[in-house]
Design a protein around this ligand. Structure first.
Ligand code: TYM
Length: 342
């Protein structure tokens, strides 16, 4: 009898925790996107039930050329697969293919306060950058992001540190809604790694690495040629101490150490040992080579995948069908609770 009970216990598989994340298809991806988010998406696939999307609805909060947006969306889809996101292991699609994102976003925007949205640093940054187009979508962007996550009842959200504030607001919205209507949404946790959660500009390490920077030497693109990558690292800003160690006031070196650590798996102490008595030139070369070693195989697969866009579209379509089934359960529940005719 004891034995039978044990077998039965084992036969019930433990439910895997669910992960959701998305990336905007707004041009080329940087090393920041890769180390802060993409590689974590890949690492989480085996252990968790992962749902990933290109956030093309978010991308139109800044003006986009329609043809370019479509092309960037497919390219991003290919780049993520080339990086190791596996459509056989996870649900992978384009946000615009599942209308429930927009539907839930509207409902959640009525549970998001003006004051909360006004405090978002991404809104402040983007409205400063696009002063001629501070549209309502740019302002309510976090309600759509909350909808993305809550629609799938995600437990964890792998993102870079710059998205933490949006994640906190998502939690607030979920708790507020649950408080009014009873348990409806899982309240998600951010998944932010210790190293490379905020990859900084190579020229101004007080600023986040971003592709919208006017000086292209400040960022590494995932599709940059190896020679370009090496050159950009060689011109990275450091300090006058000539000692590879992680310390306050050494932002440039700290950033390079984070990048090197993320690419090699070495911790800061091991890196300090490796470069004791060596100059910054050697260190920068090593960082460049470590990054090239990560990105080069991705670039090869990426070029290969882009030859068959029809196949990429089919994969996304399949992903969207699976996503829609999960999303429908949540949106039906929300409409019922709020009293909306379906
Ligand atoms: P996005 O598209 O700007 O960036 C995609 C991911 O890359 C991370 N990231 C960085 N990480 C480290 N260092 C950097 N310099 C760096 N730059 C970017 C971001 O933190 C992000 O994880 N709002 C989101 C997209 C989104 C989303 C979602 C994310 C839409 N819906 C739902 C999670 C869940 C954004 O604009 O990320």
């Amino acid at each position: 009898m004891e034995n039978i009970e044990k077998i039965e216990e084992k036969a019930v598989p433990e439910k895997k925790k669910r992960i959701f994340s998305a990336i905007q298809p707004s041009g080329q991806m940087t090393l920041g996107n890769y180390l802060g988010a993409i590689r974590n998406w890949v690492a989480l696939q085996d252990e968790f039930e992962c749902i990933y999307a290109t956030a093309n609805l978010h991308a139109i909060t800044v003006r986009q050329d329609p043809k370019k947006l479509k092309e960037n969306t497919t390219n991003l889809f290919a780049l993520l697969i080339a990086s190791g996101v596996d459509p056989e292991k996870c649900v992978f699609f384009h946000q615009s293919q599942v209308p429930a994102h927009a539907e839930l976003s509207w409902v959640l925007s009525t549970y998001t306060q003006f004051g909360e949205l006004s405090r978002m640093t991404q809104f402040k940054d983007k409205s400063a950058k696009h002063a001629d187009n501070i549209n309502a979508g740019l302002f309510t962007y976090p309600s759509l992001m909350a909808a993305d996550i809550l629609l799938y009842q995600a437990d964890m959200v792998p993102v870079g540190a710059d998205q933490k504030q949006h994640l906190e607001l998502t939690r607030t919205i979920a708790e507020r809604f649950n408080g009014v209507y009873g348990n409806t949404f899982v309240v998600p946790e951010p998944y932010i790694t210790k190293t490379a959660a905020r990859v900084m500009s190579l020229l101004d390490p007080s600023k986040k690495m971003s592709k919208s920077d006017t000086n292209t030497k400040s960022f590494i693109l995932m599709v940059d040629e190896p020679a370009t990558i090496m050159k950009k690292f060689r011109s990275a800003v450091t300090d006058s101490e000539a000692s590879v160690r992680y310390a306050e006031g050494k932002d440039g070196i700290n950033n390079l150490m984070e990048i090197y650590s993320a690419c090699t798996g070495l911790n800061f102490e091991q890196i300090e040992d490796e470069f004791r008595g060596k100059g910054y030139g050697d260190f920068k070369t090593a960082v460049g080579e470590a990054v090239v070693a990560q990105l080069e195989p991705i670039q090869v697969r990426y070029k290969e995948l882009l030859k068959d866009k029809k196949y990429l579209d089919e994969l996304a379509q399949k992903g969207a069908e699976s996503a829609s089934k999960i999303a429908k359960r949540t949106i039906d529940k929300v409409y019922r609770k709020v009293g909306l005719v379906r």
